[in-house]
Write a protein that binds this ligand. Structure first.
Ligand SMILES: [Ca+2]
Ligand SMILES: [Ca+2]
Length: 262
């Protein structure tokens, strides 16, 4: 009788333990779902460009010192507005055999600069810079603002960079509404053989209306020869630390549950 009772107790204990486990798993999944879907704390990234559409290859040298490519009809999920402009120009004088290669490889989803000569500038543009640039339908009318308590901004993912370099980001709003506002911020991209991300938060862009972004550009100039840099993507997201804190919170929850059980 006593043995049976103990066995029952043990079985009950195991059942309680199992149900606690289930509750914990359900709770963690619920927290993740809430954070992903709940607009108050977490929002999905807005892709500015992940370079998975629109192959491009241009070689600049003494016979062809500049490029200005406008690519249209691209997938808006890969390139905001479905249109991208890529510009680059070598610095004078251009020596023989010195060149710069600009590549977008959509199969690997990268934008790459490989320079053996100083660049006057390079730049990527999305959307409508000013009404005099052309049709108003090129305006992005993009709502980048995310209903989040966290800081938010541009996340630039770099796969590698042979030298440190600065990159300027310009954002304009109200271009097609004749209420143009413009902000410009510098971001430092360190040299690195491996991938990293740089975050340019919303405080770099205090004047633009982030609910109506019509134009975005990034670029730099002049720059020194020898910079080889590969961009993976540019996205608008809440501050990346948020995700880390979320994961830590989830782990802490699991640990606490385990301690309570043992
Ligand atoms: Ca990419
Ligand atoms: Ca607009």
């Amino acid at each position: 009788m006593a043995k049976e009772g103990y066995g029952l107790y043990l079985q009950k204990g195991l059942e309680v333990r199992e149900s606690f486990k289930r509750v914990t798993i359900v709770a963690v999944i619920a927290v993740v779902i809430l954070q992903v879907t709940g607009s108050s704390a977490w929002a999905l990234p807005t892709v500015i460009d992940n370079f998975t559409d629109g192959d491009l290859s241009a070689t600049l040298d003494s016979t062809n010192t500049s490029m200005d490519e406008v690519q249209t009809g691209l997938d808006p999920a890969a390139v905001i507005g479905g249109r991208r402009r890529v510009q680059a120009m070598l610095n004078y004088p251009v020596e023989e055999l010195k060149q710069a290669i600009v590549t977008i490889d959509a199969s690997t989803g990268i934008f790459q600069l490989d320079t053996d000569h100083d660049l006057e500038f390079y730049g990527l543009e999305w959307g409508l810079r000013s009404l005099s640039d052309g049709a108003a339908e090129l305006a992005l009318n993009a709502n980048l603002w995310q209903d989040t308590k966290e800081e938010q901004g541009f996340l630039i993912r770099i796969l590698s960079a042979s030298q440190s370099t600065m990159v300027g980001i310009e954002v304009r709003s109200g271009v097609d509404e004749d209420a143009i506002e413009s902000d410009f911020g510098w971001v430092n991209l360190p040299a690195s053989p491996t991938s990293y991300s740089v975050f340019a938060d919303e405080f770099l862009f205090p004047d633009v209306d982030l609910t109506d972004v019509d134009y975005i550009s990034i670029g730099e100039g002049p720059m020194f020869a020898g910079l080889d840099i590969t961009f993976d993507e540019i996205i608008w997201v809440p501050e990346p630390a948020t995700l880390g804190l979320l994961l830590l919170g989830g782990l802490a929850l699991l640990r606490n549950r385990k301690h309570t059980l043992s």
